[in-house]
Design a protein around this ligand. Structure first.
Ligand SMILES: [Zn+2]
Length: 463
């Protein structure tokens, strides 16, 4: 595919007009299904178009050997994803624009009218990521729109589909850069300092991809025109698989943080130093890893030492320093404090026993994100009513249940929730595996997600 030359603020393509609920316009101004959509069979057109789009996007940025995706921000693979988004928008006659922070938007109706309903996710990936984290939400957004047009939906509010830039932070080390910039949670100065492993700064990378980095910055005016944001995402856990539901609603994003544990001992010869003479920080680090597991199990939380650095890092040397990073997440702040406090207490006891100095530094922290209760209640009602009509969005038994679950993963929806009413839909992931080529969702479940999203958008945006 070709690269996307979209500039911030650029708007192209004509949009099918829609009637504004504050302005009773004639019916002829309602969105009309375009010619290219007419080949999609009904009534589940969202399902058919989903499969077609999924096949198109599947090879983009896929690594031949690992089978994983390497769609990093502002790389050629990312440009191909962006070109795909723009092409999907223009094929439907939507108004396409890339905003000042490089997020892509496709509008049905007047982008300036206000009170818009927005849905979407991201197309970038972690290193060797799966196919579903992000793209499922973007592809489902287009498919849900197709489904609504096939239903002859009459829109009362503008609808926008969005692809947020650089959600995973794989290249510059900070997640949700596009939504953080837009919501003002990342300043322009901070963004300018972001640098990739090759020393390329974010502004230079954006410039190379054809975007104007001078335009970066908070966009309150844009957020002010949005009445609700709904992000559909593959579940990154097994709650839906265990409950037997295809689709669920998010309650909250767990509070989470990263803590650095520095265990300092004494470097010495691995062959000649008697065991009783050693001050080996690896021992207290190893015991701390086990303590983290124990504390997390006791509290029903998660705690992970996934990154470590060792000095001098020689196979025949007792280490002088072991630095381990703890990532911990829990359903609430009290539990998280309890887990991390427990791990630190254990680490101090082990360090003392081995004559090791220990420093613990909190490197980052994100408090709990509660999604908008009113929007969630409204979506529960909408999806419950739709499931009662038997369109497959509910449980396997066609019941009314729309489970509400918390998540330990961060999302653009979490970032935006401090600015606008936000909700998330999760689609069942049978293994719970994510950020890996093994990430998976069954096609039936994806289609159920598309229909649930279509129901949600219809309930929110249509009369
Ligand atoms: Zn994601």
């Amino acid at each position: 595919m070709t690269t996307d030359g979209g500039r911030p603020g650029e708007a192209e393509g004509s949009s099918p007009a829609l009637s504004d609920r504050r302005d009773e316009r004639p019916r002829s101004r309602e969105p009309q299904p375009r010619e290219q959509l007419s080949r999609v069979p009904g009534p589940v057109s969202g399902g058919a178009s989903f499969q077609e789009m999924w096949r198109e996007l599947a090879p983009v940025g896929r690594h031949r050997e690992t089978g994983g995706y390497r769609r990093y921000a502002w790389t050629p693979a990312d440009a191909d994803c962006r070109a795909w988004f723009r092409q999907q928008a223009e094929a439907r006659g939507l108004t396409y624009e890339a905003d000042r922070n490089g997020n892509q938007w496709a509008w049905l109706g007047d982008p300036t009218a206000g009170d818009a309903v927005v849905t979407g996710s991201h197309l970038d990936s972690v290193p060797d990521g799966g196919a579903f984290d992000g793209p499922l939400g973007v592809v489902s957004s287009f498919a849900a729109l197709d489904e609504l047009l096939a239903r002859g939906a009459r829109f009362a509010r503008p609808l926008a589909l969005v692809n947020f830039g650089d959600e995973e932070g794989a290249r510059f080390g900070l997640a949700c850069v596009g939504s953080r910039l837009t919501s003002g949670q990342l300043t322009v100065e901070q963004a300018h300092r972001l640098t990739d492993a090759e020393g390329i700064t974010l502004p230079r990378a954006m410039e190379a991809a054809g975007y104007d980095p001078d335009a970066l910055g908070a966009d309150p005016e844009r957020l002010g025109r949005i009445g609700a944001f709904v992000e559909l995402h593959v579940e990154q856990g097994r709650a839906l698989d265990l409950s037997g539901d295809r689709v669920g609603l998010a309650s909250a994003i767990w509070p989470h943080g990263r803590w650095r544990f520095d265990f300092r001992g004494e470097a010495n010869h691995a062959g000649t130093t008697r065991l009783e003479d050693r001050r080996d920080p690896m021992l207290s680090y190893a015991e701390t890893v086990l303590a983290a597991r124990r504390e997390a199990e006791l509290a029903g939380a998660v705690a992970t030492f996934g990154k470590i650095s060792v000095e001098p890092n020689g196979v025949n040397a007792i280490p002088s320093l072991v630095r381990g990073w703890l990532d911990s997440r829990a359903a609430d702040q009290v539990t998280l404090d309890q887990v991390v406090g427990g791990v630190e207490k254990a680490a101090r006891a082990y360090a003392e026993a081995h004559g090791i100095d220990l420093d613990v530094v909190r490197e980052s922290f994100t408090p709990v994100v509660e999604f908008d209760h009113a929007l969630r209640d409204e979506l529960t009602r909408i999806l419950g009513a739709a499931a009662a009509g038997g369109d497959g969005a509910g449980g396997d038994d066609g019941g009314l249940r729309v489970p509400v679950l918390g998540t330990g993963a961060g999302h653009d929806a979490g970032i935006l929730s401090s600015s606008i009413p936000t909700a998330m839909l999760f689609v069942r992931n049978p293994t719970g595996v994510s950020h890996s080529p093994a990430e998976f969702a069954a096609e039936d479940d994806c289609v159920a997600g598309v229909l649930a999203l279509a129901d949600a958008l219809e309930g929110l945006a249509c009369r």
